[in-house]
Ligand binder design. Structure first.
Ligand code: NAD
Ligand code: MG
Length: 302
């Protein structure tokens, strides 16, 4: 599978068996997890994403770019010709170093800016650093997110509820507000929603509403930003094999069968989200704004 993908990412294959299917081993990690400690290793496109110059010369900031879907977007953006700044938490430096080493080894321009997006001042500083590093900003991909399950409302405290909203919603506001003045017509913002916006799980009482907020934020902002020639869209993944899940996103007994219930019968891999981030960021999506694009394995958006 991985070998075939390495040779030709466009080769026709059965999507049901293209990537690992459950059952998976239990593998608890403290949050935020590390991709490097997952079994099986997620495919972020390291060997399987091939670029075609679709973002040549663009300047992109990707949050959560160390691992999972954000790493896949960062790799894809860089291979499509963009210069990329990734943000992540300081505890994720090892994952970030892997991305930076990989892309620099290929001659791409990539830099890391660690820091906590729950802090408004840091969000402003991150955008300023990215603008300085890149010489401007054409793409803001908001991929970072917090997901920690809680079995019941009694187990969910204000601190956790607030941390989820600050990470997933407030940071989106702060980053966007800081970034937009730097973004020229033709620039694009790509947010990260979830199937949870539409089909909330009982154990994600804080997380699911943040994802619904992101869908509405995307639509509202798209209307405003159209006046500036900036497009705003969201990607809504279904189950994707990333460190978010074993590090408290799911109970371990659910992780074992993660992805089993979608029609394709397996979780997606981060690289399978990447082409949608690229499309929405690129000029090919010039007439697409305010949309939420599902990558769900058949567990469809309404
Ligand atoms: P991931 O753990 O690889 O990525 C999440 C990233 O968020 C982390 O790498 C971390 O760098 C960042 N982050 C979290 N809190 C932060 C903070 N306070 N400050 C700075 N960065 C912070 O997992 P992923 O699944 O790739 O998650 C990426 C996005 O995809 C998230 O928004 C998540 O909600 C969304 N999503 C994931 C799935 C899934 O099944 N994996 C499904 C739907 C949506
Ligand atoms: Mg990470």
């Amino acid at each position: 599978m991985a070998d075939a993908a390495r040779k030709d990412p466009y080769a026709m294959r059965d999507p049901r068996t293209q990537y690992p299917r459950p059952a998976f081993a239990k593998q608890p990690q403290p949050a935020p997890g590390l991709a490097k400690d997952m079994v099986p290793k997620p495919d972020h496109g390291e060997a399987s994403y091939r670029g075609n110059g679709r973002l040549r010369g663009r300047k992109a900031l990707v949050t959560g770019g160390d691992s999972g879907i954000g790493r896949a977007a960062a790799i894809a953006f860089a291979r499509e010709g963009a210069d990329v700044v990734i943000n992540y938490l300081p505890s994720e430096q090892k994952d970030a170093d892997e991305v930076i080493a990989l892309l620099r080894g290929e001659g791409c321009k990539v830099a890391g800016v660690p820091g906590d997006l729950k802090d408004e001042a840091f969000c402003k500083e991150l955008v300023a650093k990215a603008v300085k590093e890149l010489g401007g900003l054409d793409i803001l991909a908001n991929v970072a997110g917090r997901q920690q399950f809680a079995k019941s409302i009694e187990e969910l405290d204000t601190e956790a509820f607030e941390a989820t909203f600050r990470t997933n919603v407030f940071a989106l506001f702060w980053l966007t507000k800081a970034a937009m003045p730097h973004m020229p017509p033709g620039a694009a913002i790509v947010n990260t929603a979830s199937i949870q916006a539409y089909e909330p799980s009982d154990i994600l009482l804080d997380y699911a509403p943040t994802k619904a907020a992101i869908v509405a934020f995307t639509k509202s902002l798209a209307k405003q930003a159209a006046e500036k020639g900036i497009r705003v869209n969201a990607v809504a993944p279904g189950p994707v094999w990333t460190p978010l899940q074993p590090s408290g996103g799911q109970p371990q007994d659910k992780l074992v069968e993660f992805g089993k219930n979608v029609p394709l019968g397996r979780p997606g891999q981060p690289v399978e989200c990447a082409p949608v981030y690229v499309l929405l960021a690129s000029q090919e999506a010039s007439f697409v704004t305010g949309e939420t694009y599902g990558v769900t394995g058949g567990h469809m958006l309404p």
